[in-house]
Design a protein around this ligand. Structure first.
Ligand SMILES: Cc1cc2nc3c(=O)[nH]c(=O)nc-3n(C[C@H](O)[C@H](O)[C@H](O)COP(=O)(O)O)c2cc1C
Length: 188
């Protein structure tokens, strides 16, 4: 059902089997839904399963040769803003996220984005720093960041039953990201 609320997409960047990013993103999507400021969608890069970028033309032209790019374009075009939920891999963000960002251009432009990075002691901060110039090149508007340190400490259960159980501090950081997005999207 479509409403007049802005569409917030929570993007699961990790595509790894057993990824922590999936329960984290599900928790954020539920929280964002409770916020009442957005219509929330989860965009899971593992489900979207983009191949390595192989568009002959620059994405800024929007002339996509491949059906998977056209489908991804239609998905991202629906969004008014994003929460990117991404891991730190080797002191940067993961390759699947870069590949997804590179596939499109206008679809990202001008839209506010909240960054939820995670990892070990550095909480994905180096990944978030590495991502900044890429977001700016795409003319996205980073509005807030919530780095999650030692993320696996906040994931309980096994397999499909895994759930993210943040402490008050982490919860506060994620709420601040949602508040900033809500303000940017005119509902704050
Ligand atoms: C290839 C790879 C590289 C990693 N490099 C880092 C790193 O540089 N810094 C860090 O804090 N954690 C690093 N980690 C640990 C990840 O942050 C941790 O495994 C996290 O759960 C990965 O997110 P995911 O489970 O959603 O894929 C790395 C993990 C992998 C698989």
């Amino acid at each position: 059902m479509s409403t007049d609320r802005p569409v917030l997409q929570v993007l699961v960047a990790s595509t790894r089997p057993g990824r922590v990013g999936e329960p984290v993103a599900r928790w954020i999507a539920r929280r964002a839904g409770e916020h009442a400021a957005f219509d929330v969608e989860v965009v899971d890069l593992a489900e979207i399963d983009l191949p390595m970028f192989a568009e002959p033309r620059h994405p800024r032209l929007g002339q996509y040769a491949h059906e998977h790019t056209r489908a991804f374009s239609a998905t991202i075009s629906r969004a008014d803003g994003f929460v990117l939920v991404f891991p730190e891999y080797n002191h940067s963000y993961n390759a699947a996220l870069k590949n997804a960002l590179d596939h499109l251009h206008r679809e990202w432009a001008g839209k506010p984005v909240g960054l939820v990075s995670y990892g070990g002691v550095a909480a994905g901060a180096r990944a978030a720093v590495a991502l900044q110039p890429v977001l700016l090149a795409l003319r996205m508007r980073p509005v807030a960041a919530a780095p999650i340190p030692f993320v696996s400490r906040y994931v309980e259960g096994e397999g499909d039953e895994r759930r993210f159980a943040p402490d008050a501090e982490v919860e506060k950081g994620i709420d601040a990201v949602l508040d900033a997005l809500s303000a940017e999207l005119g509902r704050g």
